[in-house]
Design a binder for this molecule. Structure first.
Ligand code: ATP
Ligand code: MG
Length: 406
């Protein structure tokens, strides 16, 4: 019996690939697929028209690679496929192997020809291969709701046959957009926000503010654990841990309790922006969702935006808590986020913060602080850590201009 030749076939959403970005997108996706499987050799990533292939022919456990692909942004769907020559006999032989011992009350064949000069049309292929399956299994054809779909993709030099296609995360490959500095608390929302930016192609640099030694170091441990989990989506991360307790103490001495949350946030944003510039990040991102807590009113969000020159992206702004929690569970950040910690924002904060601070009022109160010095202290005190997944590799060359064609 012929040896099965496994590979993973990866499709991208055509609609997200319009225009001149397409080659760059595919190059980045191929690079990320290789990074995501770097510890599972041999996996060669091969570009084919309209799809990417991970060659697993000499791989010990091809199935083990699948969960990795499920976390690569830019993948629309993927399947463990088998390669055969583009003859009907070869297709039948591999279909026979794949359905052997499998029970399915209904099925359909979905044949696609990526080139139209193939001697059989898709309809003819569907019919021929369908009749073959009916001759070998007790089943029936159901085009609408089949229990099993057998997909056959015919390329000029070879054909891919597969059974179970899984959805990928969609989005854009990390590295195809500019980078973003995400403000990461130990809460549920900000890790989801960071991930949503990654899924739009942005490499994320993380900034966490902690109040050690005023509070315990648990929030830092949570931030590290969250970054480790999120690094599964971008392979290399940098996390800035910023000491904020001393800064908060000065804010407390100078401002009434009701404005402190906004005052803290404005200082955080200024410090994060300075770090973002060091990192070459083009925007900040936070986990704010409109109206979720007192500090997240449109008025207070305006007070926070006023101090930043870079755009502050808030990918969760229109989501409700249930949707955010569902994302966090899928990502595996939820269980980390709900661990008890001592978040810096719980320090010196009143139970009823002001919900509608005016610009003049905040600016007047802030004038009592030496903002420049506080920001500089945060930046100078920041400690940078790195996280790598699944393996540590030499830092990639900085993103240069695209090589010219020709
Ligand atoms: P989260 O669940 O992300 O903590 P939240 O709903 O608790 O969000 P806030 O506490 O108001 O909301 O924080 C709003 C945003 O400010 C957070 O999503 C995060 O981006 C940022 N932020 C808050 N605290 C910190 C911190 N200690 N370090 C870094 N960023 C923070
Ligand atoms: Mg929080």
């Amino acid at each position: 019996m012929a040896r099965l030749r496994p590979c993973i076939i990866v499709h991208v959403h055509e609609i997200s690939l319009k225009g001149g970005n397409r080659p760059r997108f595919l190059r980045q996706l191929a690079r990320n697929l290789a990074r995501a499987t770097a510890d599972l050799p041999p996996v060669a990533v091969i570009r084919r028209p309209g799809r990417l292939l991970l060659d697993l022919e000499r791989h010990e456990k091809p199935e083990a690679v699948l969960p990795r692909i499920a976390r690569v942004a830019g993948v629309a769907n993927f399947a463990l496929a088998y390669r055969v020559g583009s003859t009907v006999e070869a297709m039948k032989a591999v279909i026979a192997r794949l359905i052997e011992g499998r029970e399915f009350e209904s099925f359909r064949i979905t044949a696609r020809r990526a080139f139209k000069s193939y001697p059989l049309t898709s309809v003819e292929l569907n019919r021929e291969l369908g009749a073959f399956v009916l001759g070998r299994a007790r089943t029936r054809v159901d085009l609408e709701r089949p229990a099993l779909t057998i997909t056959v993709e015919v390329l000029p030099d070879q054909t891919f046959v597969y059974l179970d296609r899984q959805p990928g995360p969609g989005g854009l490959p990390v590295g195809s957009s500019g980078s973003v500095a995400a403000l990461l608390s130990g809460g549920i929302d900000s890790p989801v926000a960071a991930w949503r930016m990654m899924r739009r192609g942005c490499p994320v640099v993380f900034v966490h503010f902690h109040s050690a030694p005023y509070l315990s170091a648990t929030s830092q441990a949570k931030a590290r654990a969250l970054v480790d989990r999120l690094t599964e989506w971008q392979y290399h991360s940098r996390l800035y841990l910023v000491p904020f307790g001393e800064i908060q103490r000065e804010v407390v001495l100078a401002t009434p309790a009701a404005v402190r949350v906004v005052a803290y946030r404005r200082l955080m944003v200024r410090i994060a922006e300075a770090l973002a510039r060091v990192e070459g990040a083009l925007a900040l991102a936070t986990g704010e969702s409109l109206g979720q807590v007192a500090s997240q009113t449109l008025e207070n969000i305006s007070r926070i935006d006023e101090v930043a020159a870079l755009p502050i992206l808030r990918p969760l702004i229109g989501m409700d808590k249930l949707e955010i929690v569902a994302d966090a569970r899928r990502l595996g950040t939820f269980d980390i986020s709900i661990e008890p910690d001592q978040d810096c924002c719980s320090l010196f904060v009143p139970p009823h913060p002001a919900t509608r601070l005016g610009a003049d009022e905040v600016a007047r109160l802030e004038a009592r602080l030496d903002v420049g010095r506080l920001v500089q202290a945060g930046v100078d005190g920041a400690a940078c850590e790195t996280s790598d997944w699944p393996v540590s590799v030499a830092p990639a060359a900085p993103p240069g201009p695209e090589p010219r064609a020709g």
